[in-house]
Design a protein around this ligand. Sequence first.
Ligand SMILES: CC(C)(COP(=O)(O)OP(=O)(O)OC[C@H]1O[C@@H](n2cnc3c(N)ncnc32)[C@H](O)[C@@H]1OP(=O)(O)O)[C@@H](O)C(=O)NCCC(=O)NCCS
Length: 199
Amino acid sequence: MLQECPTQTLQRQSKFVLETARLQLRKPTLADVKAVARLANDRRIAEMTRRLPHPYAAADATHFIKTIAGAERETVFLIEHASTPVGMVGVDWADADAPEIGYWLGVDFWGRGFATEAARAVIDYTFSEFDGVTQLSSGARVINPASRRILEKCGFQWTGVELHRFLALGSSTPVDRFRLDRHVWASLKAWSNATRNPR
Ligand SMILES: CC(C)(COP(=O)(O)OP(=O)(O)OC[C@H]1O[C@@H](n2cnc3c(N)ncnc32)[C@H](O)[C@@H]1OP(=O)(O)O)[C@@H](O)C(=O)NCCC(=O)NCCS
């Protein structure tokens, strides 16, 4: 699979971009390897994400970017703010019945609402672009209230706790699981303020 994607394509910046008020989301290329590795190489990120190794080297970023370049659907994005990479957000299709959204940001960019903004863009994109998707899933370690809050702000509902293996921990740990139903998303998108008519 990796050999099938020409390096030239991987080095060129993709024209496909999702834009939010403050962020641009685009497919990462090999030109982003250094930036991705620099951002991701932090134990505070790895311990909250299932598959990020720690330490996280340039070779890990290269492998990741080559892997997603060969993916069937373009749903993994580098998040940029003011042309600077700040993190990643994406949808994993391993469970086709409930594709899973995940995200992480470089520590310097925490606490500014970026993850919520990026997650909303990818949720909108996924439901709009892929008609067959009836629900999205996600998970956050039970000790990760920031991620839980993001999911709740995006309309996800808690479905239970599962044990999941985290690469950087080298063990399994409890994870709160969440679902966002397409109908709930559509309802939230359509919900607008009632206007009050003067009498
Ligand atoms: C989780 C993470 C993505 C949050 O990014 P962020 O841009 O700071 O998130 P946002 O600012 O959009 O939203 C965070 C929300 O959690 C809240 N929050 C943050 N820390 C919190 C805490 N300790 N307790 C309760 N709420 C908390 C914030 O106040 C905010 O909610 P608000 O907008 O209602 O005030 C970032 O910390 C990160 O990358 N962590 C490591 C990787 C990770 O956990 N990924 C998610 C696993 S799926």
